[in-house]
Design a protein around this ligand. Structure first.
Ligand code: NOJ
Length: 604
């Protein structure tokens, strides 16, 4: 059993910020046990036979947790390296060129929903600066770029039958063309959370089964217009978050709190919508376009607190099935994990409900949904220790309570940024091996992995991020050597962006964006250089080389720091040229005119 585990922090329990630029590691905190709660620490045994084939961990060996030393070696030839972004987080231009409103436009404009009441109205101005951004990608020698299409940018009311916004289509089309000309493969997410507001207002968004058809129409339009050039499609990004944070806790748009039922309903419709889009592509487009349709699922790893304790192992397994398995098991095996059906069904009964809060797939739906993943996108950031914890039915309906478990963290784990994000590289390899054993070793693209910083002052020499990438990518390499079928890795993210309910307070970017300056200039953090070297070496060739990378990266970041420090001045000068100079000129012209008239009148 690991020593000194703590429960993970609750949202109200903010980490103390020190005024230096050194990120926290919490290493001094070695006391007792700390329990996770809130957004990330969803606290929630029944013994469940491991033989339940749909939900059990297959061949996964829980006892085999090799925390081996750094492995020097390279990835298979052709391994794809990329960075990611999403529309609402970076594009800005929220009401430009005919774009319709999304649920995030509306949500962020409501006071009190987002940290500092930030909005994505202008964000990184990516809509206007995509050419510059592609230059940054070219410099990094990336193989792919993952971005998302804003549904209301191309279908302002959500419906194809009502209006197709050609200016929106043009934007994505130009972006795709320029990527291809730059030899960067576009990996396109169709839904990264920005549902057209009209669909939310009229139908209740993902609570309503009609979304399945509307999403399919939107996807079909994207295949029609971009599919000749795009070969990698991701239907949904992180449906767990859409469902739980959008419909259970309400921290995300549309901000609903339908505890214990809305999240399951939303997920049910999302799974069906994914399957429908896969079939549409399969029937209508695949033979012509020869692309792949995947989904991007997020999952933290859940490690049993005590691996020799069967109840802890089962709790950890439940944690993963309620997270990843909720979506992956229907898509790979045709139905929800048995453990979800059992727990939610039993609790619904105890709550006096006539039916389970977890919806049911019909036999036809099961076979329609099964096998609709050409590749699995995986977003992964962090790990939790998990132990059994009973929630009495008096606790009320709740996704978190349904799981009957508690999440814990080790205070020694570094946590430089977001409150929920502890750096635990070995969890990544465990998760990848779990996916391999559980879902028949599918083709995997890591669609997100990275770390944020939440700092009182700015430092582009992001030592901790280099460390995070070095260790997580090394665990990925070990997983590839374990036989996990991973084809690519996507660092999250290219730019600092709008970090959802955290606004601009948490920065995940390889590039720092100066949001104070209306031109939103980008500055490379040291991790740009570091990641670039991993890419050019296709891994970690030798100890001597890898050790020099950090040193070299840090050499360049101090000059970027100076440039950034001068940026408010530049912004100020720009303001002088753009506002003060024209105002003074206009005043001069007016005064001269008045003076001239005065002279004229005197002469007359
Ligand atoms: C997952 C989301 O897909 C992405 O939009 C977000 O920036 C990262 N997590 C980091 O929180």
């Amino acid at each position: 059993m690991p020593q000194g585990i703590l429960t993970a922090p609750s949202p109200g329990n903010q980490k103390l910020q020190d005024s230096s630029c050194v990120p926290e590691t919490d290493e001094t905190n070695t006391a007792g046990v700390k329990e996770a709660s809130g957004t990330m620490l969803r606290t929630g045994v029944r013994l469940l036979a491991l033989a339940l084939c749909v939900s059990a961990g297959g061949d996964f060996d829980w006892t085999k947790n090799e925390k081996t030393s750094f492995y020097y070696g390279t990835f298979p030839t052709g391994f794809s390296w990329g960075v990611g972004s999403s529309a609402y987080q970076t594009e800005g231009a929220w009401n430009t060129d005919g774009k319709g409103m999304s649920i995030w436009d509306v949500f962020a404009h409501k006071k009190g929903k987002i940290s500092s009441n930030d909005t994505g109205d202008s964000s990184c101005e990516g809509y206007y600066k995509f050419k510059d951004d592609i230059n940054l990608m070219k410099e990094m020698k990336l193989n792919h770029y993952r971005f998302s299409v804003s549904w209301p940018r191309i279908l302002p009311s959500g419906l194809r039958s009502e209006h197709v916004n050609e200016k929106g289509i043009r934007y994505y089309s130009d972006l795709i063309d320029l990527l291809l000309n730059s030899k960067i493969t576009p990996v396109v997410t169709l839904y990264h959370w920005d549902l057209p507001q009209v669909l939310q207002e009229k139908y209740g968004g993902w609570q309503n089964a009609s979304m399945v058809g509307y999403f399919n129409e939107f996807a079909n339009l994207c295949f029609e217009r971009f599919g000749n050039r795009v070969k990698h499609w991701i239907t949904f990004n992180n449906p767990w978050s859409i469902s739980v944070e959008g419909y259970e806790t309400g921290e995300h748009a549309p901000g609903l709190r339908t505890r214990g039922s809305g999240a399951y309903k939303a997920a049910h419709h999302i799974i069906k919508a994914h399957a429908k889009v896969w079939h549409t592509y399969d029937m209508k487009w695949r033979s012509k376009q020869k692309g792949l349709i995947g989904i991007s699922l997020s999952a933290d790893w859940g490690e049993p607190v005590d691996v020799s304790n069967q109840r802890d192992v089962e709790a950890a397994e439940r944690y993963i099935h309620f997270y990843l398995g909720w979506f992956a098991t229907p898509l790979f095996h045709g139905d929800y994990p048995a453990v979800m059906k059992e727990y939610i069904g039993r609790k619904s009964g105890q709550q006096g409900l006539g039916a389970s809060r977890l919806p049911v797939f019909s036999p036809q739906e099961k076979s329609y949904i099964r096998g609709t993943v050409d590749f699995l996108g995986l977003g992964h950031y962090t790990t939790r220790y998990v132990t059994q914890k009973n929630y009495p039915s008096s606790f009320g309906d709740s996704y978190f309570a349904d799981r009957d478990l508690a999440e814990l963290v080790d205070p020694k784990w570094p946590d430089p940024g977001s409150e929920w994000l502890y750096s635990v590289p070995w969890g990544f390899r465990r998760l990848l091996n779990f996916v391999k054993t559980q879902y028949g070793n599918p083709m995997i693209y890591v669609t997100e992995n990275g770390v944020s910083e939440k700092m009182p002052c700015t430092d582009l020499c992001d030592d901790w991020r280099m460390q995070y990438f070095r260790e997580y990518i090394n665990e990925l390499l070990k997983a590839v050597r374990d036989g996990v079928n991973v084809k690519g890795y996507t660092a999250w993210s290219l730019l600092d962006g709008f970090e959802w309910d955290e606004g601009f307070s948490e920065r995940f970017g390889l590039y720092f964006v100066d949001f104070r300056n209306k031109n939103k200039p980008r500055f490379p953090k040291a991790s740009v250089q570091f990641y670039k070297r991993i890419i050019s070496s296709n891994g970690f060739p030798s100890q001597r080389e890898v050790e020099s990378w950090k040193r070299k990266a840090v050499e360049t970041c101090s000059s970027s720091n100076q440039l950034l420090a001068a940026d408010p001045l530049i912004g100020h000068m720009e303001m002088v040229t753009e506002i003060v100079v024209p105002t003074v000129c206009t005043l001069c012209i007016l005064l001269s005119a008045v003076f001239f008239m005065f002279l004229l009148r005197r002469r007359l």
